[in-house]
Design a protein around this ligand. Structure first.
Ligand code: PNS
Length: 160
């Protein structure tokens, strides 16, 4: 069974990696799907985000992960690869309130599409890509939130 793990991954955090590792044990293939959104001011380009995820996957020796990018609606991407299962991580009630609406919209747009939720590891329940971007913009220490290879990319980007 295949599952899509969608997100912006700008950049990949230890919280994302925890979910990817757990999904890789449960499913035959985990399709990490990076949202490409031209309107959104992103820190890393889609290619850079893809490279960062590829490196992290290699470091963890995860054999059953593929990395895609998509633009527009998630349901259209899901249809294009014929997968009706999506995973999202939940850090707390705020995520839940937001995610339940998206899950319902998605299953309305694509009948039979299921979203499953994994509770985030408590160690990462306060970690977010936006937080990492903010710390990085001020040349702060991001090592508690991202892997060493992601930290390296961040430091290159912000010259520190
Ligand atoms: O990492 P993020 O930014 O929390 O991921 C959000 C994502 C990419 C899963 C979500 O925004 C998404 O699926 N966007 C694609 C557009 C879409 O399908 N919207 C319909 C639901 S309202």
């Amino acid at each position: 069974m295949k599952i899509i793990y969608p997100g912006s991954f700008d950049p990949l955090t230890e919280g994302h990696m925890d979910i990817i590792k757990r999904l890789s044990k449960m499913f035959d293939e985990v399709i990490v799907a990076i949202l490409y959104n031209e309107n959104k001011n992103s820190l890393f380009s889609v290619d850079e985000r893809k490279g960062i995820i590829e490196e992290a996957i290699k470091e963890e020796n995860l054999p059953n992960i593929s990395i895609h990018s998509f633009d527009g609606l998630l349901v259209n991407f899901a249809k294009s690869i014929d997968v009706k299962l999506v995973a999202r991580g939940l850090r707390g009630v705020t995520d839940y309130e937001y995610e339940k609406n998206i899950a319902r919209v998605n299953s309305t747009l694509y009948e039979g599409l299921e979203t499953i939720f994994l509770l985030s590891n408590p160690s990462y329940s306060f970690v977010s890509s936006s937080g990492v971007r903010e710390i990085a913009a001020f040349k702060g220490d991001v090592s508690a939130f991202v892997s060493p290879s992601v930290e390296k990319k961040i430091k290159e980007k912000f010259n520190y």
